[in-house]
Design a protein around this ligand. Structure first.
Ligand code: RP5
Length: 178
């Protein structure tokens, strides 16, 4: 499997140590500029994670293997980002009951509207929680994953509250040029 980075290896400076709880996968290394925002959030909160390229159309067998092993490996959620005809999140969701959080990556020609529609329009029965196109979606998918983990982790819940409080203070401190 093509590995962009993995939390269990020592060559991943942004990854928290330990068995990964959150998997971050993407269809291409070209998605990293977007998906790094998810990894940065997970690293900020000290959540053990991994990040890998798993292309739906170029590595379908790897995709199936990743999805089938996600539950047994202890992943609590998979954040999946892809662009264009973005099959990755939906196909992962088809092969696992681990929650899949989909991130539409901005595409060259349709600016990610194609990615968004591909991911958000899952037919009834196999859900993918879909986030905004681009960097905000990647960051928010990670924050959502942190919220899920925080339900059963008081320390993480406290960190999340502190994160929100910092944002509030930053907004209150905003000034305008007039
Ligand atoms: C998708 O095709 C990827 O998720 C990426 O957003 C897009 C382009 O991939 P590359 O041609 O840059 O590898 O599979």
């Amino acid at each position: 499997m093509n590995t962009l980075s993995a939390s269990t290896t020592s060559d991943t400076p942004s990854a928290a140590p330990g068995k990964p709880l959150i998997g971050v996968v993407m269809g291409s290394s070209s998605d990293w500029n977007t998906m790094q925002h998810a990894v940065q959030i997970l690293a900020h909160f000290g959540v053990a994670h991994e990040a890998r390229v798993v292309s739906a159309h170029r590595m379908p067998d790897d995709l199936f293997a990743y999805a089938e092993q996600a539950g047994p490996r202890g992943l609590q959620a998979i954040i999946a980002g892809a662009g264009g005809a973005a099959h990755l999140p939906g196909m992962l969701a088809a092969k696992t009951t681990v929650p899949v959080l989909g991130v539409p990556v901005a595409s060259r020609h349709l600016q990610g509207v194609d990615s968004l529609h591909s991911i958000v329009q899952m037919p009834k029965g196999v859900p993918v929680a879909t986030f905004a196109i681009g960097d905000a979606g990647a960051a928010n998918a990670a924050l959502f994953a942190v919220s899920l983990l925080a339900l059963h982790d008081p320390g993480l819940a406290a960190k999340l509250l502190a994160f929100r409080a910092e944002q509030t203070e930053a907004a209150r401190a905003m000034t305008l040029p007039v």
